[in-house]
Design a protein around this ligand. Structure first.
Ligand SMILES: [Zn+2]
Length: 206
C-alpha cells in the first residue's frame, strides 16, 4: 500500500498490529477519525493511555481491576470459601452475567500450553494453592475451557490440592468440547455451573 502521507501510514501501521485489523480496515478507521472532530480522537487516545498505564491486577484474585482488591473480592456478601478458577477476565464477565454464582474467582491469566511456551510458573497457580493450604477454601470449581490445555491446567492444579480437605468440582460439560467459555450463551454457561460435577467424575467420563 502506497501512502501519500507518512503520518497516515504510521497510524495505519500501528493500528493494523491489533488482532483482526488488517491494513484496509485500519485505513478506513483512520479516515473516519480524520472526518470526526479532533476531540474524539483525543478522547480515544486518552482512554487507551489511561487504561494501559493505570490498570492494575487484584491482589487476591488477579483479575484486572482499578483497585488493589477488586469489587468482587471486597464484597462481604459473596461466599469467599468457594473459588471459581478461570482463565481471564472475559470468563469472569461471562459467569457474572449468569448471576448464578455467588462465590469469588481466581484468574490464572492463561492456560498451560507447552506449544505456546506457557508453563505453570507463568500462571497464577501458586497463590491459589496457598489459599487452599491456609484453609481458606471450601470448594474449588474449575471453569476453564474444555480444551486439552484447559484439562491439563485443571489436572496440574488438582494434583496439588487434592490432599487437602476441600471439594473440587468442574463445570458440567454443557459447554461443547473445544468451545471457548466466553462464546457460550448465558443459559448453557449458567446450567454448567449449577450442575457442576466432582472433578474425579469428570475424568472417569472421558
Ligand atoms: Zn479480586
Amino acid at each position: 500500500m502506497e501512502f501519500p502521507s507518512k503520518l497516515l501510514e504510521k497510524a495505519v501501521e500501528e493500528m493494523s498490529q491489533l488482532p483482526g485489523i488488517g491494513k484496509r480496515t485500519a485505513l478506513r478507521l483512520m479516515l473516519h477519525m480524520l472526518k470526526q472532530p479532533e476531540e474524539q480522537t483525543m478522547h480515544l487516545a486518552n482512554a487507551l493511555m489511561k487504561m494501559r498505564t493505570e490498570i492494575i491486577f487484584c491482589n487476591s484474585c488477579h483479575n484486572i481491576s482499578d483497585k488493589e482488591v477488586c469489587d468482587l473480592c471486597a464484597n462481604p456478601l459473596r461466599d469467599h470459601q468457594t473459588i471459581c478458577v478461570v482463565e481471564d477476565i472475559r470468563d469472569v464477565m461471562a459467569i457474572e452475567n449468569t448471576q448464578l454464582f455467588k462465590g469469588i474467582y481466581h484468574v490464572l491469566g492463561g492456560k498451560i500450553s507447552p506449544i505456546d511456551g506457557v508453563g505453570p510458573s507463568q500462571l497464577k497457580i501458586q497463590s491459589l494453592v496457598e489459599k487452599v493450604k491456609e484453609g481458606k477454601v471450601k470448594e474449588i470449581i474449575f471453569a476453564l475451557s474444555s480444551t486439552m490445555e484447559g484439562d491439563t491446567t485443571n489436572f496440574y492444579i488438582y494434583k496439588q490440592i487434592k490432599d487437602y480437605n476441600i471439594i473440587t468440582s468442574t463445570i458440567a460439560r454443557g459447554i461443547s468440547v473445544g468451545d471457548e467459555l466466553e462464546y457460550a450463551d448465558e443459559v448453557t454457561l449458567g446450567r454448567s455451573l449449577v450442575h457442576r460435577v466432582p472433578f474425579e467424575n469428570a475424568f472417569k467420563a472421558v
